[in-house]
Design a protein around this ligand. Structure first.
Ligand code: SF4
Length: 168
């Protein structure tokens, strides 16, 4: 399956726990003022690749703990990223997904587009909500503004409400 990405960082320590391969999704509908990655907004920009090509890169990345889906907006390509997420989980890697949607919005949108639910379910952690310039805090681990939460997805789905992750 095809997907569009803005780029890949092979080893990052600032996008979730441990050393991570980071995939920047291309395309974002949120238009947050002050966004650090405006080049990722155009859904026709970036480069086309395939789930299989990225899975192969993950397979060859021996030192990573997990993979981070960043953006752009991974939920803009929810079908491709949910399939990619499933394949990555089969390799024993954990997944952090960044999104401009809130956890509650994703649950509501999953009623319309089941792939939103699937991408949520393959994610171990969700860093949710838009970047808000007035809430910017450079000291926060793994996120840019105070409104954004790091959510333990499995516990949240069990409890039916957003549960903060212990890495938060
Ligand atoms: S969701 Fe992320 S990539 Fe999209 S506009 Fe907001 S900060 Fe930028």
């Amino acid at each position: 399956m095809k997907l569009r990405i803005a780029g890949i960082v092979r080893e990052s320590v600032v996008d979730g726990p441990g050393i991570r391969l980071v995939i920047f999704a291309q395309g974002c509908p949120h238009c947050c003022p002050g966004c650090h990655n405006p080049e990722t907004h155009d859904p026709l920009g970036g480069q086309e690749t395939t789930v299989e090509e990225i899975v192969e890169q993950v397979r060859q990345s021996r030192f990573i703990r997990g993979v981070t889906f960043s953006g752009g907006e991974p939920f803009y390509q929810a079908e491709a990223f949910s399939l990619l997420g499933r394949r990555i989980k089969e390799l024993g890697k954990d997944i952090v997904t960044y999104t401009g949607y809130t956890f509650e919005e994703i649950l509501a949108l999953a009623e319309i587009n089941p792939y939103f639910g699937e991408l949520l379910q393959v994610s171990d952690w969700l860093v949710d909500g838009p970047f808000i310039l007035a809430e910017r805090d450079l000291n926060l681990p793994f996120r840019g503004s105070r409104n954004q939460r790091i959510i333990d997805v499995r516990r949240s789905l069990r409890q039916g409400k957003a549960v903060p992750a212990e890495i938060a």
